[in-house]
Write a protein that binds this ligand. Structure first.
Ligand code: FE2
Length: 417
């Protein structure tokens, strides 16, 4: 029981910090910024604020006797995709929700916070509830990153290109060097999560696989390397591209990363910036990452190769806590301390269940299971991921056409046995 109470105390502390961090992100925003939906993949900040709250209310508080629902219509407005919970407002119409007012959403957050805090202030809280609070915290952390991704897209759609953040420190220019981590021997990897810490269902069960000798770049591909790819007509040479990727870039007339304005400028959370050549390139689709790797006569790493790399390094890097909301170029000496974070790394692995996979139970089976089709795994976390959210076994996933998330690429290569 003592342990259980300690876990509860710890969760309470983390819950309070999490909820404050989410609201703090809105300090630089006004109501107009928080309601618009600039693309089908974007959700308004207001929706994120409400949906993360709905998650705690729906999966935890509603189960309690005598709990009074804050507002009945919120189940329709702020359920994301849980069909077993009821019908919901279509994703494409999240930007149509002008009512309730933003202020009511903040009141909703306060109401639910109070009830969860009340629950965690009790002793001997059920293990099921503790698990759901932990899941709710991790869920909101995912949405914190989504909020930042979506804010960047919203701001980039303003013709005046405003900045979301003000730069506090000027980043030092680093000298770029391509450094590879080598695994010269055949290795058996124990992949997946163990039961000593929280992990999503998609990280279980643990398994093993054999990896042939390979090398992996410790640093991300840079803006200047990407410019070289463009200069060499990379977007017009079909020999580098998967068939679907070629169709995709030609259909949507794609010839540069999502937020590049021109050769010398890119749009960032700090507004319009002069392109830093040594900075990791970001906001590229899986198809573009794949084509670049072929152009370099290399390949993308598998999720298991990246998991081995992450397992072999300390969990440190450019995370949300650094308050540096962009990828950083590191010199050779710094790479060892920055194996995690900065940008999510695309992998060549399809997002599929591990053998023996069991989804979360009941309605939460919809959390991950139904997305295990046509997506690719990304590893490592980004500058917008909280440090306590990431681990070596973590599997993020996006469609091969997605490019609004903070992703980059590392190159891999086979080594001789
Ligand atoms: Fe969600």
């Amino acid at each position: 029981m003592c342990d259980n109470n300690q876990i509860t105390k710890d969760l309470l502390k983390r819950f309070k910090k999490l909820r404050k961090t989410t609201v703090d992100f809105t300090n630089n925003l006004d109501a107009e910024d928080m309601v618009i939906q600039t693309n089908e993949f974007v959700s308004p900040t207001k929706w994120h604020l409400a949906h993360t709250t709905w998650f705690f209310e729906n999966f935890i508080l509603k189960k309690k006797r005598n709990y009074k629902i804050f507002c009945k219509s919120f189940n329709y407005l702020f359920n994301s995709y849980y069909k077993q919970v009821g019908t919901y407002n279509p994703k494409l119409q999240r930007g149509f929700i002008s009512r309730p007012y933003l202020n009511d959403i903040f009141k909703y957050r306060e109401y639910v916070d109070e009830k969860i805090i009340e629950l965690l202030n009790k002793s001997n809280v059920d293990e099921d509830i503790l698990f759901l609070v932990e899941l709710g915290i991790n869920h909101e952390q995912q949405h914190q990153e989504l909020m930042i991704m979506d804010i960047l897209n919203v701001f980039s759609s303003n013709p005046t290109l405003p900045n979301f953040l003000n730069k506090k420190t000027k980043l030092k220019k680093k000298v770029y060097s391509n450094v590879f981590w080598k695994k010269n021997i055949k290795t058996t990897l124990n992949f997946g999560a163990n039961n000593n810490y929280f992990a999503y269902d998609n990280e279980y069960p643990r398994g093993t696989c054999d990896l042939l000798p390979f090398e992996l770049s410790k640093n991300f591909v840079t803006n200047s390397e990407w410019q070289e790819f463009i200069d060499n007509d990379g977007y017009n040479r079909s020999e580098f591209w998967l068939s679907d990727g070629w169709e995709f870039i030609k259909k949507f007339n794609i010839g540069k990363p999502l937020y590049w304005i021109d050769e010398d400028h890119e749009f960032t959370l700090y507004g319009l910036e002069k392109m830093i050549k040594d900075k990791p390139v970001s906001n590229i689709s899986f198809y573009e990452a794949y084509a670049f790797s072929k152009y370099k006569k290399k390949r993308l790493p598998s999720e298991f190769e990246l998991e081995l790399y992450l397992q072999s390094h300390k969990k440190s890097g450019n995370f949300m806590e650094n308050n540096c909301f962009e990828p950083i170029a590191f010199d050779e000496n710094e790479l060892e301390q920055n194996a995690y974070g900065n940008l999510w790394s695309w992998t060549s692995s399809n997002y599929s269940p591990y053998p023996g996979y069991k989804p979360f139970q009941n309605k939460l089976s919809e959390y991950n299971q139904k997305f295990m089709c046509n997506q690719f795994v990304l590893k490592g976390g980004s500058f917008s991921t909280p440090k306590d959210h990431i681990r070596a076994s973590y599997r993020n996933f996006y469609y091969p056409t997605d490019r609004w998330h903070f992703c980059g690429l590392r190159l891999a290569n086979d080594l001789d046995l």
